[in-house]
Design a binder for this molecule. Structure first.
Ligand code: XIL
Length: 752
């Protein structure tokens, strides 16, 4: 049961609050707070907070607590609570912020906690104290001065967490990694060749480096490499740690194109480690990465490699080490260090440009005019504009099983979907093999989930009609004759698009997914260097028919091609990208009814926003289509870099008006194909990436403003596109109007 888990997880630490924290609150500003009884939860009381004044600033009212005992520097602390919204009875989020702050200094935690349902929803935030705090000096504060709204906080806990067990073992260096004389270099002649030579270097703790030169350009990263075999045997799940330094000497792109990998020697070349090294300065930059071996390997069965097909470029690598910890360490105990170009550059050009595009393109002028019953302008009326919903769609892949499920976790799952997202996509339920697997993925369950979402007015993307490889389609397909295969595909498209529970209910459909590496059915088009052309079983043109049939069957849905490795490889000339681009051109040239392109955005490692910008421009210049980020995740153990990149990437995408949608590929660790990519941990505590994205969506990109009508009875507001509640007050008269807008708008408020 979920509440028991929460209880157990949060009482481990020692409390920083007094015994009855709800009683011990300090109230400020115009909010009524009272303790009320709670039924059916593991806590029996909650704090009901009601703010009645419409508009106002968030900081106008607050409830606060301070630490009862001292906090040491670097101590890990956690704040957790359950929250629900009780009024007004609409589907909009409360306006509240949680802060941990010492008077006169910047908050060390500052986060919204979206909630729009009466379902008790658990939030927990973990952080490390940046310094020591004497008792009574660090305040935990709930800010909620914007009304009217009523919400309840239960089970408030503020605890110190036990320290992580210290690392007790040393890693054993794996030979011969780092011994430059014993590395093997390889440069494919078709990419211009290159060289690797040992040079003297001055860096922290080393005097030698390997200087790599590639004559490039190449579109395939594996066409140039430096390799060592792992001379020791390793066991699946062994903990390892890779570290090295890199600096750029020169390159044709802003950052060098290189990766570090540990992979199987032969066969599938399955990878235990893969990180890219987008270094763009001549300063030595350190990389450290803990990882686990993906399988058992005999000596020589796995390889450590730097790959750098690309360029032309010159760069140096130094002090490469691979340490073996086996079971003597956990990943969390080992240092992680890497970065991406532009990280933490507050005044980067791309960021300035993005912020001004957001101001220009994601907002409208809302002109409000207040008049009296005789139609005369009313001067001096107080006006609050409060955003209720955002026109830009943000959401996640979800599972129908979670929507209809009955566990406490399922309730948490649904509450977050309702409160955080204004779009979703089914992760698997509508895919062809799943749709036909009636035992494990009953269609009725999917229909019920769709109905639940419809009831809450949450729009849905459709994924995916045809994912054209034998491995991503039902098992009988390879044995069908071409004619029978064509009929089977047509039936599939019609079947799902005309299903009573599905038809007309999804605003986008991915018609075709990943044609670069899913091509058994339609083959690969000609004309992309490094990609042999083929016809598959039905021929290249067949894909056009799928779009046509989808258009005929569901004329209102916007139809998408969807693919990965566009932004993810950080390579403007990547072969996968080049193929996808050419394929989209192929569809466009033949007038296939394509409306949109989905950039999946499954990042293994963050990439330069400037490179991403170049890629977006390239697509935007060539195609008239709408764009979506359709499957975002950042699969890295470094939660700080994950959060920073999430913030930068979301900001950039939100600034590009071609994008109307941003979807993550899952949000909860226990329902995520790459659990490290999630935003909420198994116990529903928030990772840093959850905090940054919620703050962007529900604070930075959310209009809450207050003003007064002028001589003409007017107030001109610049507001985010979406729905806003306008509250006008003069004396005892209050008038409320909801305004929905994506273009400049003038509204008149008639006072009674
Ligand atoms: C993945 C799902 O997340 C997994 O549960 C499933 O086993 C395989 O597919 N690109 C896509 C998605 O278009 O459909 C994939 O989803 C992830 C990669």
């Amino acid at each position: 049961m979920f509440p028991i888990l929460v209880f157990a997880a949060t009482t481990l630490g020692q409390s920083l609050l007094s015994d009855n924290p709800l009683e011990a609150r300090q109230n400020n500003g115009p909010a009524n707070t009272e303790i009320v009884a709670v039924d059916g939860e593991l806590f029996t009381q909650s704090l009901r907070i009601e703010t009645t004044q419409p508009g106002g600033k968030r900081s106008d009212a607050s409830a606060s607590w301070t630490n009862t005992t001292a906090i040491a520097a670097s101590e890990r602390i956690r704040v957790s609570f359950s929250v629900r919204k009780t009024a007004p009875a609409d589907r909009f989020n409360i306006r509240a912020t949680l802060r941990l702050e010492e008077a006169g200094t910047a908050p060390i935690l500052d986060t919204v906690f979206p909630i729009n349902t009466p379902i008790w929803t658990f939030y927990a935030f973990d952080l490390t104290a940046p310094k020591a705090y004497d008792p009574g000096t660090l305040a935990l504060r709930l800010l909620h001065g914007q009304g009217p709204q009523t919400y309840e906080i239960g089970d408030l806990q503020w605890t110190r967490q036990p320290a992580l067990p210290a690392l007790s073992a040393e890693g054993e260096p794996v030979a011969p990694i780092g011994d430059w004389d014993r590395s093997t270099s390889y440069f494919d002649g078709t990419s211009g060749g290159g060289s690797a030579r040992i040079v003297t270097a001055e860096g922290p703790g080393f005097t030698q480096a390997m200087r790599i030169t590639t004559n490039g350009p190449s579109t395939v990263i594996s066409r140039a490499a430096l390799t060592w075999p792992l001379s020791r045997a390793t066991v699946r799940n062994d903990v390892m740690h890779a570290s090295f330094w890199v600096r750029r000497i020169s390159s044709s792109t802003s950052a060098i194109q290189a990766t570090a990998i540990v992979e199987r020697n032969g066969g599938t070349f399955s990878k235990s480690l893969q990180i890219s090294l987008p270094v763009e300065t001549d300063q030595w930059q350190r990389f450290q990465m803990p990882f686990r071996m993906d399988d058992n390997y005999a000596p020589g069965g796995a390889l450590f490699r730097f790959q750098f097909g690309g360029g032309p470029q010159v760069f140096e690598i130094a002090d490469a080490k691979l340490l073996h910890y086996g079971t003597r360490a956990t990943l969390e105990q080992l240092p992680v260090e890497f970065t991406y170009p532009g990280r933490n550059t507050v005044d980067a050009t791309w960021k300035r440009d993005a912020l001004s595009r957001i101001e220009a393109d994601r907002k409208i002028d809302l002109s409000i005019r207040v008049v009296d019953p005789a139609g005369n302008p009313v001067k001096g009326a107080t006006i609050a504009v409060q955003q209720l919903s955002q026109a830009f769609r943000y959401g996640s892949a979800i599972t129908a099983g979670g929507i209809v499920g009955t566990t406490a976790d399922d309730a948490q799952y649904r509450s977050r979907i309702e409160s955080h997202f204004n779009t979703i996509v089914f992760e698997n339920d509508l895919k062809w093999p799943f749709w036909e697997a009636s035992n494990s993925f009953p269609q009725s369950r999917t229909r019920n989930a769709i109905r639940w979402l419809e009831d809450r007015q949450i729009p849905m993307r459709g994924h995916v009609l045809v994912w054209p490889s034998w491995r991503n389609t039902p098992a009988d397909l390879p044995n069908l004759s071409p004619e029978a295969l064509r009929t089977r595909i047509d039936n599939r498209i019609r079947n799902v698009l005309t299903d009573s529970g599905v038809a007309g209910k999804l605003y986008h459909w991915d018609v075709l997914n990943e044609p670069y590496d899913n091509f058994d059915i339609q083959g690969r088009i000609d004309g992309v260097s490094g990609v042999p052309a083929s016809q598959g079983k039905l021929g290249n043109e067949e894909a056009i028919r799928w779009f046509e049939l989808a258009r005929q069957t569901d004329p209102n849905a916007k139809l998408f091609l969807n693919d990965y490795n566009q932004f993810e490889s950080g390579n403007v000339n990547g072969v996968h990208l080049s193929y996808t681009y050419a394929f989209l051109q192929f569809l466009k040239d033949r007038n296939a009814p394509v409306d949109g392109f989905g950039f999946q955005s499954h990042f293994g490692t963050p990439q330069s926003i400037e490179v991403i910008d170049t890629i977006v421009k390239r697509y935007a210049d060539a195609f008239p289509y709408i764009f979506a980020v359709s499957e975002f995740d950042v699969n890295t153990p470094d939660e700080a870099i994950q959060a920073d990149f999430t913030k930068d990437f979301m900001t950039y995408i939100f600034s590009q008006k071609r994008f109307e949608d941003f979807l993550m590929w899952g949000f909860w660790e226990r329902r995520h194909w790459l659990p490290r990519g999630a935003m909420y941990r198994a116990d529903w505590s928030s990772k840093p990436n959850a905090v940054v994205s919620n703050n962007l969506l529900f604070r930075d990109w959310w209009t809450d403003l207050n003003g007064e009508s002028d001589d003409e009875g007017k107030l001109k507001a610049r507001v985010f596109k979406g729905t806003h509640q306008v509250t006008v007050r003069i004396g005892d008269t209050i008038q409320v109007l909801n305004v929905d807008g994506t273009t400049d708008k003038e509204v008149q408020i008639d006072l009674p």
